[in-house]
Design a protein around this ligand. Sequence first.
Ligand code: AMP
Ligand code: MG
Length: 486
Amino acid sequence: MPFTFDNTYARLPDAFFKRIAPAPVGAPVMIRLNDSLAAELGIDVAELASPTGLAILSGNQQADGSEPLAMAYSGHQFGGFSPQLGDGRAILLGEIVGNDGVRRDVQLKGSGPTPFSRRGDGRSALGPVLREYIISEAMAALGVPTTRALAVVASGDHVVREGMMPGGVFTRVAQSHIRIGTFQWFAARQDLDNLRVLADYVIARHYPALQQEENPYLALLNKVIERQARLIAHWIQLGFIHGVMNTDNMTVSGETIDYGPCAFMDTYHPAKTFSSIDHQGRYAFGNQGPIGQWNLTRFAETLLPLLHADQNTAIAMAEAALDTFTDLHQTALQTRFAARIGLEPDHADDWSLVESLLQAMADGKADFTLVFRHLATALDSGSDDTVTRLFNQPTAIVAWMNVWRTRLQHVGRSQSLALMRSTNPVYIPRNHRIEEAIKAGNAGDFKPFHRLNQVLQHPFTEQADCSEYEAAPAPDEVVHATFCGT
Ligand code: AMP
Ligand code: MG
């Protein structure tokens, strides 16, 4: 058996989930197995690659020790509260404890209907499965906390979306799938007992050190705020737009979750959105920090009865905790962006240097990733041309680079280069390359998918014959919208 399950969520009260087994698929084929992740997690790779492994990862066979269930959760979607969401197309198979001692969920996505599916079919098209695999593994390689991709299975069945599409089953691994929306589920039902059970469970599972704190629930709130403030700064610094930052898509572990209508920006603009359903730009690139804080405020509201018996005192505690978000987020942003231009974050003025660079990029319609990458090239070669040619009109960036070079004189050149090379990726999962991999995959050719994944495993290292993965899209290749694909 590939997995040695050791389940704890299934021991929680019934109100936390509905027990449901995956529904079988017609003709499963293993498209990709993440060997290195499996090995890291202490999973027997050979077992996972065997016919039994395929049967388990497609939902056709129940693994020993699996106690499949669909988790209950609520959530604010685009600002409106939905009390009844839950895993509608995902089933938790069970938990494993990795070689690192960390407990993780193993979950199938697209494995059939659950009591939470309501109108949905509980299935997934293959395209979104390939997409989640590519982006979550790219995020991991870039060093961003994220859920992971263990496997992609083509189901052999078709799902009805915009026409008939080939179906897929995705295996997701996460430190847990507990979201802000999980807390909202119990808060909305005024189920204080189970809210406390959930909070105690999260503390024990994710933040055991907080059990020693005088007020562990306040410590939990602070910890989640800190993790999310840093996580969102990490996304922003890489030009990543999550696209659907609903409270059900925000984990309490601080891992990025739910790669639906997300995207890495090509041309920089702070108001950029890709999601085909985000008409108001609620989850635009530059809104992600404030939206994160908004979501954490919803989290804090659920915790109020646990924070203090007196409601006003509880509110004051929550407000003080939420007030720390802006500083934590801004400090993380400044540190990360400073590194991208070769600086240790030790000067207050450096942030205005970053801001003026971003402004020049927005005005000059420059490619976000290439600008940072070629700042290192420029520092190395002494010529600014590799950078300035990325801009529509070079005046602002030429002036900026003079200021920047003057500032860099106070830092060792090799130190700056090292900082920049370790923080400015050469390869990001560009939208047009993802689309290309999906299109080929839908036609049964997975070579572009595999090659893209391979390149993205080493995002900071220039690789031979990979320039097409580095380049910005040509005008006719630009992807303007991404989809949930459910
Ligand atoms: P998401 O867009 O992934 O955050 O999902 C929002 C909600 O819709 C969750 O409760 C999902 O479980 C549910 N959902 C999404 N796609 C499907 C589907 N194909 N079948 C059933 N439920 C779905
Ligand atoms: Mg979701």
